[in-house]
Design a protein around this ligand. Structure first.
Ligand code: TA6
Length: 300
């Protein structure tokens, strides 16, 4: 649907409008007294979130590619119905089909000082070829005092769906050496860089090398404390029992064409996830919602 038609149906004067984004695909720009955000219909993908009087909270690679079938490098990729490699077929795209599909806007609304947009992705012939289930996936993005992202999977088929998923959020930081991540102290994690060994770290996370950790059985709120920018990003969640922390560091950054060689210095992923043993089973006719709630505050 073209932006003119989208605006005719869903624009909220002064708060929400559709524009032609990079690569020509439509994106929605939202602004309230609390800040601004933008979302691409491609992938149902939150691109940017900047609270009023704050630096951007989400990171976007300067080399991000905006084209059909390609995941956007930054913001909040929607990883569904599998997180990481496909459980049985390595030929299939990593992190599922949702983030490389075109979503459809279903509603927009405003109440008090928050503005929401809802989009959906329905199973079709192409998705059935990759994943044999009838589903409707909806994402509801609400900009208010925080950014609330709610991903709901509806099982419209006759068999249980076993899904892993992530709201794979990329956060903007001053410098990787200036941050620590709290909330996961003492939590068991699978170290994807060390033969999937299960480990525990009893201190706040600091990063001085590649990190790729899947924390298990945790509903904790995480905080990214940036001592240089003197700010704290809060990553709260519900419907999620795993959290992933990732920084590609030097070698992996150089290997990714859509990731600048030095960009690992100014980003970190804290991902709201259900993976490994926390994979979710959705019975026929039922649904499951995964929520990430992001906010930022200045600290002394
Ligand atoms: O969430 C961490 C991770 O699974 C890493 O292993 C790395 O592959 C990252 O996701 C990015 O994956 P992508 O397919 O977007 O390049």
């Amino acid at each position: 649907m073209e932006t003119d038609e989208l605006n005719a149906r869903f624009e909220i004067e002064g708060s929400l409008e559709f524009v032609n984004g990079p690569g020509g695909s439509p994106l929605v720009e939202i602004s309230t007294s609390h800040g601004s955000a933008s979302v691409a219909l491609h992938g149902g993908h939150v691109l940017h979130y900047t609270p009023y009087n704050q630096k951007p909270v989400l990171w976007m690679s300067e080399k991000a590619v905006f084209s059909p079938g390609k995941a956007i490098r930054g913001g909040i990729p929607v990883c569904w119905p599998w997180f990481g490699p496909h459980p049985s077929n390595p030929e299939l795209p990593a992190h599922g089909l949702a983030r490389v599909s075109n979503w459809v806007v279903t509603s927009t609304d405003q109440n008090d000082d928050s503005v929401s947009i809802e989009m959906e992705l329905q199973s079709d012939e192409s998705s059935l070829a990759l994943w044999p289930h009838l589903f409707v996936l909806t994402i509801r993005i609400t900009l208010g005092k925080s950014l609330n992202v709610a991903l709901t999977a509806h099982n419209n088929g006759g068999e249980a769906m076993i899904c892993s998923a992530a709201l794979h959020s990329y956060f903007a930081i001053s410098d990787i050496s200036q941050i620590q991540i709290t909330g996961l102290e003492g939590t068991r994690f699978r170290d994807q860089l060390d033969n999937d060994q299960i480990k525990v770290d009893h201190s706040a996370i600091t990063i001085d090398q590649e990190v790729d950790r899947v924390y298990h059985d945790t509903d904790s709120t995480c905080k990214i404390i940036d001592s240089n920018w003197k700010r704290r990003i809060t990553v709260a969640k519900s419907g999620s029992n795993s959290t992933v922390v990732w920084n590609p560091w030097i070698t992996k950054s150089a290997r990714m064409a859509d990731f600048g060689d030095d960009e690992y210095l100014t980003m970190v992923c804290v991902e709201t996830t259900n993976a490994d043993a926390d994979t979710i089973t959705i019975r026929p006719g039922e649904k499951h919602t995964l929520v990430a709630e992001l906010s930022a505050a200045n600290i002394d």
